[in-house]
Design a protein. Structure first.
Length: 223
């Protein structure tokens, strides 16, 4: 069966016409979802650590709820249900961005919560002794160290997020996988298209994982 593969299918013409725009969208979605997820995830982490039940309970419910649902279901629910609620369709790309940020915020929240809790309490007390408010203490003392401590984990979650971008294929968004599948259908080479997709995802994710391990080793040395 492998002998039937036509490797000449892989060409710059195919990549530029069908794959490049999808790859760019996958990268853009990864970056936007990472930044949005970290921002809202940090807010959720602070709410869960606030010690106030009226903040802790809804934040905990949101995080645990999102982490209990497959991402593809969240994507489909938003894409299919929201238009029924607001009375107008939501584009596939917009749906992908919103759902990825909302979903990843729950995972980044747990990462940031662990990072905040890893900071020795003595540093927090020292900030309070200097007259810092809770917000100043978090912004100037705790969060910078938490980000640094959790950087390898944050980057690892970003790599997982990039892999998950292939799920937007379910709602027709034109991502990397969609571009390759489209090319495979047009040229009658679906096997080669899926094989190329696997190679691209593996190469990028393996390379990024190697860089994260190097970064983690350097941070450990600095400590």
């Amino acid at each position: 069966m492998l002998g039937n593969l036509d490797l000449s299918f892989v060409s710059w013409d195919i990549l530029s016409k069908f794959v490049l725009s999808g790859f760019i969208f996958s990268i853009q979605l990864t970056i936007v979802a990472t930044l949005g997820g970290i921002f809202f995830g940090t807010l959720l982490a602070l709410l869960r650590l606030s010690g106030r039940p009226w903040l802790v309970i809804p934040a905990t419910f949101y995080v645990n709820g999102m982490r209990s649902i497959p991402l593809v279901m969240v994507i489909l629910w938003f894409f299919l249900m929201v238009p029924l609620i607001i009375g107008r369709p939501v584009g596939a790309e917009a749906s992908a961005v919103i759902t990825f940020i909302a979903f990843e915020a729950a995972y980044f929240s747990e990462i940031m919560r662990a990072g905040i809790q890893s900071i020795p309490r003595g540093q927090v007390y020292a900030g309070q002794a200097l007259g810092m408010t809770y917000g100043q203490n978090m912004r100037l003392v705790v969060l910078p160290q938490a980000f640094r401590n959790m950087l390898p984990v944050l980057l690892t979650q970003t790599i997982i997020l990039f892999q998950d971008t292939s799920l937007v294929y379910a709602i027709g968004a034109y991502d990397l996988l969609k571009g390759l599948v489209t090319a495979g259908k047009i040229y009658g080479r679906p096997e080669e298209a899926y094989l190329l997709a696997a190679i691209i995802y593996f190469t990028l994710c393996f390379g990024l994982s190697w860089l994260v391990r190097r970064l983690q080793a350097r941070i450990a040395i600095i400590r």
